[in-house]
Design a protein around this ligand. Structure first.
Ligand SMILES: Nc1ncnc2c1ncn2[C@@H]1O[C@H](COP(=O)(O)OP(=O)(O)OP(=O)(O)O)[C@@H](O)[C@H]1O
Ligand SMILES: [Mg+2]
Length: 252
């Protein structure tokens, strides 16, 4: 099946509040897993100021989202094919003033994206760290909000801050938590239970779990090799869990 057939994609946003918790690594690998399962996937690099996805995949980027919008070009000319079922829409790197979208740019981006997304089953968005305008915009444009956190307490507070602003200012109610870099299943369950308790108590939100990714050196090695760990180390603990997470995402 090619990525040309008309579909109605599920749009999924991946954020965390805190930086460096594994958003890009997760996004690239879950996109790879979904494509291996026969799904047509578009991964958008939503980190408009400090591109991530192209680095993790070792891509040569010709046009960025920002240039394409500014020049009024069709976004499909910016798509990079990783394999016939996996495409990436890259962002621009090292341009901090590009990090946030103006209201007009948001409207342009929406209409440009809507022209290209119906050839995919899944649209994943890897967002920037923090709770800036573009992070909030990508989250509200999506149907599914995945929030990544680690056992680090600062990650919990930043994830809480993100969920709070999305809930109180943008009326989002459903959140899927992915716990990353855990030492054991039990640690993953404890972090999820802790976060659920805080969300229920202060925001009356009951989050869902997508699973817990183990801390695994194949993840950091894969980033250095600029290749998904699912391809470089398919039998690693991280790869087995990412396949399970992809299956859960397909059933959402
Ligand atoms: N499960 C894991 N096991 C081991 N290392 C991990 C794991 N997940 C992420 N890392 C490491 O954490 C670092 C940050 O990962 P990544 O770039 O995916 O985070 P990020 O949330 O996208 O960061 P940023 O907020 O800067 O965009 C990488 O060096 C990666 O190797
Ligand atoms: Mg990143």
């Amino acid at each position: 099946m090619t990525a040309k057939t008309k579909r109605s994609p599920k749009i999924i946003c991946i954020s965390s509040g805190k930086g460096g918790v594994g958003k890009t690594s997760f996004s690239v690998n879950v996109a790879t897993a979904l494509s291996q399962k026969g799904k047509a996937v578009l991964l958008i690099d939503g980190d408009l100021g400090l591109a991530n996805v192209d680095v993790v995949l070792g891509l040569n980027v010709r046009h960025t989202i920002r240039e394409t919008i500014e020049e009024g070009r069709d976004l499909s000319s910016s798509l990079v094919e990783i394999n016939p079922r996996f495409h990436v829409l890259p962002a621009s790197s090292g341009v901090p003033e590009m990090a946030n979208l103006s209201y007009e740019e948001q409207a342009l981006l929406t209409s440009s994206l809507e022209e290209i997304i119906d050839r995919f089953d899944f649209v994943l968005i890897d967002t920037a760290a923090g709770i800036g305008d573009s992070v909030l915009w990508f989250n509200t444009w999506s149907q599914v909000n995945i929030v990544i956190l680690t056992p680090d307490p600062t990650s919990l507070t930043d994830a809480y801050a993100l969920i709070k602003v999305l809930h109180t200012r943008h009326d989002r109610k459903h959140f899927h938590l992915l716990i990353n870099s855990v030492q054991s299943k039990k640690e993953g369950q404890d972090v999820f239970a802790n976060m659920s308790m805080v969300l229920e108590r202060f925001l009356k939100i009951t989050p869902l779990t997508l699973g817990a990714m183990p801390q695994d050196k194949s993840v950091s090695m894969a980033i250095r090799q600029q290749r998904p760990f699912l391809l470089g180390a398919p039998e690693s603990k991280a790869s087995l869990e990412i396949v399970a997470v992809a299956e859960r995402i397909m059933n959402l």
